[in-house]
Design a protein around this ligand. Sequence first.
Ligand code: HEC
Ligand code: HEC
Length: 211
Amino acid sequence: MKYIWILIATLFSFNMPVMAKGNAAEGAAKIAVCAGCHGMDGNSLVPIFPRLSGLGEKYLYMQLKHVQKGERVIASMMGILDASSDQDLWDMAAYFNEKERQLSGSKDITFTGVDDPKDALALGERIYRGGNLRSKVPACTGCHSPSGSGNGPAGYPALGGQHADYIEQQLLAYRNGERDSGNNAKIMQGVAEYLSDGEIKAVANYIAGLN
Ligand code: HEC
Ligand code: HEC
């Protein structure tokens, strides 16, 4: 059933009007409090703090809204957006979206069942570009684009260059239902449902070097 939703979400994500509601220059004055964790330019160097640069204005706004409303619980951001207006959230989203995404880079990894780093990277690429037909995992390219730059107007985030650790944690959180903020999270729960631990490690590592 979830698979149907994934197909529908892919088909309807195109032809959406581009919208820009935030003002990046205004946003610059509002992100001082974020920089310690995410970096001034949204390119955090610490793997547990996601890079925010170029993720997409709509996606960033939606996540900030989820965090503000307590729908996505992030302990280290608790209360931080309580005094922010809707325009503040759009402005911060516009600010970070304008920054250039930098690559974290793929690493030489191995895990149970895969002893050669080359095989791990190849598995990651296969999952990203083709999914896993047998276990009903869709390709990531349909929504996140072949270069990992996402689909801005649809609110589907850019992934390319993101820290592998963060990507892995998010895929695990979708799979176990912990990340459950809104309909878009439901789409990703359907995607992650049949990913194995190894496939998650492999695709996360591949994404870190994708551009
Ligand atoms: C004390 C550290 C800390 C501070 C300060 C902080 N964040 Fe975060 N932020 C995090 C962590 C950790 C996560 C990822 C949580 C998770 O694993 O889901 C996150 C996630 C996010 C996300 C979701 C990213 C994604 O890819 O889905 C956005 C957007 C975000 N932060 C924006 C901000 C903004 C804007 C500010 C300032 C108003 C801010 N953060 C301040 C630690 C911080
Ligand atoms: C049908 C469209 C669709 C497909 C296919 C899809 N995604 Fe997503 N993805 C989304 C949407 C929508 C979101 C935002 C979800 C939310 O708001 O929580 C997302 C979010 C994510 C995130 C969280 C990013 C962040 O910054 O927190 C990761 C990681 C991710 N996707 C990985 C993948 C991988 C890996 C694949 C392929 C195996 C994939 N996605 C396939 C639509 C899709």
